[in-house]
Write a protein that binds this ligand. Structure first.
Ligand SMILES: [Zn+2]
Length: 67
């Protein structure tokens, strides 16, 4: 059985980060952990302004950045 290296739970799918295999749940946590407080606050405000969730806003920003 495949186990997530972060939470130790059995996982289906997931991604590699370095040498660790993480479930999608922990991977999301890992990718957006330790966001500076002011940046997170700005993100939340902007998300409120636009009527979307912070997650949607971040994904949209990534999309724009990577386009
Ligand atoms: Zn996990």
């Amino acid at each position: 059985m495949k186990i997530c290296n972060a939470c130790g739970k059995p996982r289906q799918g997931g991604i590699w980060i370095g040498t660790a295999m993480l479930c999608f749940c922990c991977a999301g946590d890992y990718l957006l952990r330790d966001v500076p407080e002011d940046l997170m606050a700005a993100t939340n405000h902007k998300a409120l302004d636009e009527g979307v969730s912070a997650r949607e806003l971040v994904l949209k920003a990534l999309h724009t950045y990577l386009a």
